[in-house]
Design a protein around this ligand. Sequence first.
Ligand code: NI
Length: 172
Amino acid sequence: MSILKVHIYGSPILSKIVDPILKITDDLHKIVDDMFETMYSEDGIGLSANQVGLDMSLCIVDFNLAEDKLGKKVFINMEILEKEGECLGEEGCLSVPDIREKVNRAKKIKIKYQDINFNEIEEEYIGFPARVLQHEYDHLHGIFFVDRLSPLKKSFLKSKLKRLQELSINEQ
Ligand code: NI
């Protein structure tokens, strides 16, 4: 397994809608393993493929890290079918280091996705797991959690975000 480079705010691949995955390949198993390895090394709970520079609709979550006992999961081509309620909770992101803010999310979601064996699955998530999945879903659609803040709150982060963007350009 290898640790992949995590792209940060400003990297173009984080600002586009990723491509769907059409079939499971051996490559994909390796990518998933490397993504878990990368996520654990960075102390993350969830990670999207485009955060490691891959243009594909894939994200991983280890819900055990949030004490939710749902285990490790792989979500391919995730779609959110229903959203219910609202709740405010703190979020951070491996691609937006050193910033944590409260974000409004749906409290409960119903999703559809394919697992690593390409089985179609429909599930409901509530509370923190639902928050993590909405955060990853946003990544796969080019949206950062800071984009969900009010314009005023986001304006307070302007210089920090600009610095990340510059850092990201220098890395390319
Ligand atoms: Ni994130």
